[in-house]
Design a protein around this ligand. Sequence first.
Ligand SMILES: Nc1nc2c(ncn2[C@@H]2O[C@H](COP(=O)(O)OP(=O)(O)OP(=O)(O)O)[C@@H](O)[C@H]2O)c(=O)[nH]1
Ligand SMILES: [Mg+2]
Length: 304
Amino acid sequence: MNLFARLKEGLTKTRNQIAAIVEHDKVVSDDFYESLEDALITADVGADLALEVVEELRREVEQYEITSCKEAYGIMKRILAHHLLIVKDPDDFPPKPWTILVIGVNGVGKTTTIGKIANEYRQLKRSVVLAAADTFRAGATEQLRIWSDRTGSDFVGQHEGADAASVVFDGMEAAKGRGHDVMIIDTAGRLHNKKNLMTELDKIVRVLQKSNPWTPNEVLLVLDGTTGQNAIKQAEAFNEIIKVTGFVVTKLDGTAKGGVAIALTKKFGIPVRKIGVGEGIDDLQDFDPVAYVEAMFGDFDPTA
Ligand SMILES: Nc1nc2c(ncn2[C@@H]2O[C@H](COP(=O)(O)OP(=O)(O)OP(=O)(O)O)[C@@H](O)[C@H]2O)c(=O)[nH]1
Ligand SMILES: [Mg+2]
């Protein structure tokens, strides 16, 4: 028997226990959460993590106004998977598409980063669809469409002022219908109008969730490396609205300071996934802590 078959068999009792709750108690209740916590503990997740997962689930259920246990259960699976953050590849994580939601304030480099990430996946022969959910700024949709042409990615967009969540819905339909491996969603960044942004992101996540409860697989927060400590404030604000799974620090070619990447990781316990080092399509790198520290301090010789 292979590892997964054994694991599955071993957890049959737990799954049946949960199935019974999901079946009989269709609306989310305290009992539901308690049973989930018990089930997680039975599965040896550990009491602390079980509690953390259930707390996180409670927050999401509240935020996205979810009432059905079945839906909440799907979200719990994603939360658990996020705690196994090492799983970072579309192939490890069915069902398709692997969905990346890209957020951040105006002008930090979201759209450019999406183009670069799409290019990386295309080099790996993955099929990609870009969804232009920044319907706010004139020209934003067109800018993303150009990146889809450049990278040979599929594209979904609507007119300026359209409902962002409806673009995401179209993107999901296209991704499923055409069997794309990856969907990357561009969003508008308006932190000064937090309420609107929150409503919009909530709606986007709702649409994704309904279509595939495993999504969004990644929520990448793009931060401009030249803004220094301000990036921390932005990360704080966004992370309150939506659970960020990774940072992208851009424009590191334009600053002598890169310490913000270290400060971010330390403060939030969220990894820096990628760094932007220029405006070109290839100017994106995986974040390598050793290379990064070397780049910052490697040439410094205190004895010289
Ligand atoms: N030097 C440098 N410039 C970058 C980098 N990433 C993005 N840019 C530039 O930053 C500017 C803004 O980039 P966008 O990708 O349009 O930023 P955005 O976050 O999508 O902006 P909005 O859609 O207006 O919110 C563009 O001129 C990009 O070429 C980078 O890593 N280095
Ligand atoms: Mg943009």
